[in-house]
Ligand binder design. Structure first.
Ligand code: BTN
Length: 326
C-alpha cells in the first residue's frame, strides 16, 4: 500500500489504476485495495472516472511513513516506531533499546494511556493533539553528565517551535518550555547505566500542539500552541524540526566532549528563569532569587532566608507568582 502512496505522491495530476498497476506490477484489484487501505488511514485520495486517482496532500497525516518522509537528519528518526496507542513511549523505547536497537531510533505515539511525567506524575497524552516522542541515544558519557542532554533537548524544542510557528516560548530551567506563563512542553530523560557507564539514554518529549482543552486542574497551568495562537499546526513538521535541531546540538555536544559551556549563551538567551524569584524543591524547599546558569548548566540562586549563594544541580524550581505545573 505504501508503494502506491509513494507513486501518488510523485504524480502531480491524476493517474489511472491501470497505470499504477502496470508500473508496480500488481493487479487493478490490488491497486483498489491499497487505495482503500490508505483512505482508511486518513489519506484523502480523489477518484475521477476516466482519469484515475490523485492524492490530496495535506499536512495533518501523522504516522510512521509521514514522519520518515522528508526527514533531513542523519541519525535521529531512524527507524520510527509509531504506535496508534501505547502506555508510554519512554517505556516502549526502553524495551526496544534493551533489545539492541541503534542510536537514533524514535518511538512516537498518537495516544499514550500511561504517559510518564517527572517525579512520577502522569502526563496527559490524548490522541490527535500533541507530539509524544522518545528518542534513543547511546552517547559515550558518564551518567552524571546525562542531564546536559535534557537541557539541549529543551533548547532544541524551544528553537523548533519558534521556527515552525513564529511564537516565542521560553525555557523554565531546566527544561520545561513555557508560553505566556503556562507549560507547553515537558521533557523526561531516563537512562540505563552502571556506576561509570551509560548504556543508553531515552529523551522523552511531550509537546501540546493542537490541544483544545485540558482536564480540570491543568487548564490554569498547561497550554498548547493552538490555545495560544488560535491556529493549528502540523505535528509532523514540528517533530521533524525538533529532530533536526536536536541532532545538530547533539553532534556539537559530542564534538565538545559533552561540555555544556559552548551552549551556555544560547541557552541563557531562551531561559526565563534568571532574575525570577523561585521556589527550589529539592531535599530542602526554599525561596530564592535565580541569578545565573553555570557553564555546567546548573542554576545559581541567592537564598531569601540567609542571602547565601547556592547552586541547584537538578530537581525543580517553581516560579513565584507565575503559573507552573507545581
Ligand atoms: C514532565 O513532567 O514535564 C515531563 C513530561 C514528559 C512527557 C513525554 S511524552 C513522550 C515521553 N513518553 C512519556 O511517557 N513521557 C514523555
Amino acid at each position: 500500500m505504501y508503494r502506491i502512496l509513494e507513486f501518488l505522491r510523485q504524480e502531480k495530476g491524476f493517474i489511472s489504476g491501470e497505470e499504477i498497476g502496470k508500473r508496480l506490477d500488481i493487479s487493478r484489484a490490488a491497486v483498489w485495495k491499497g487505495i482503500k487501505k490508505l483512505r482508511e488511514e486518513g489519506y484523502v485520495i480523489e477518484a475521477v472516472t476516466n482519469k484515475g486517482y490523485r492524492l490530496i496532500l495535506h499536512d495533518t497525516m501523522y504516522n510512521e511513513k509521514e514522519i520518515a518522509q522528508g526527514l533531513a537528519t542523519k541519525k535521529l528518526g531512524y527507524p520510527v516506531y509509531f504506535f496508534k496507542e501505547t502506555d508510554t513511549t519512554n517505556g516502549r523505547l526502553r524495551d526496544i533499546a534493551a533489545g539492541g536497537e541503534t542510536e537514533g531510533a524514535i518511538a512516537v505515539a498518537e495516544q499514550m494511556t500511561a504517559g510518564r511525567g517527572r517525579r512520577g506524575r502522569p502526563w496527559e497524552a490524548p490522541a490527535g493533539s500533541g507530539i509524544w516522542m522518545s528518542i534513543l541515544l547511546r552517547p559515550n558519557i558518564f551518567p552524571s553528565q546525562a542531564s546536559v542532554l535534557t537541557l539541549l533537548a529543551g533548547l532544541a524544542v524551544c528553537q523548533s517551535i519558534e521556527e515552525e510557528t513564529g511564537l516565542t516560548p521560553s525555557i523554565k530551567w531546566p527544561n520545561d518550555i513555557m508560553l505566556n506563563g503556562k507549560k507547553l512542553v515537558g521533557i523526561l530523560t531516563e537512562m540505563e547505566c552502571e556506576m561509570q557507564q551509560t548504556h543508553f539514554v531515552i529523551v522523552g518529549i511531550g509537546i501540546n500542539v493542537n490541544t483544545t482543552e485540558f482536564p480540570e486542574g491543568l487548564m490554569d497551568v498547561a497550554t498548547s500552541l493552538y490555545l495560544e495562537s488560535g491556529r493549528t499546526f502540523s505535528r509532523k513538521n514540528i517533530l521533524q524540526r525538533v529532530l533536526l535541531n536536536f541532532e545538530k546540538l547533539y553532534m556539537e555536544l559530542l564534538d565538545s566532549h559533552c561540555s555544556f559551556a559552548p551552549f551556555l549563551d544560547r541557552y541563557k538567551e531562551k531561559c526565563s528563569t534568571i532574575h525570577q524569584e523561585v521556589k527550589v524543591l529539592g531535599k530542602e524547599t526554599f525561596f530564592a532569587q535565580a541569578v545565573d546558569i553555570t557553564p555546567e548548566g546548573e542554576l545559581v540562586v541567592i537564598r531569601k532566608d540567609n542571602g547565601k549563594k547556592e547552586v541547584v544541580f537538578s530537581g525543580e524550581v517553581s516560579i513565584r507568582g507565575g503559573k507552573t505545573s507545581e
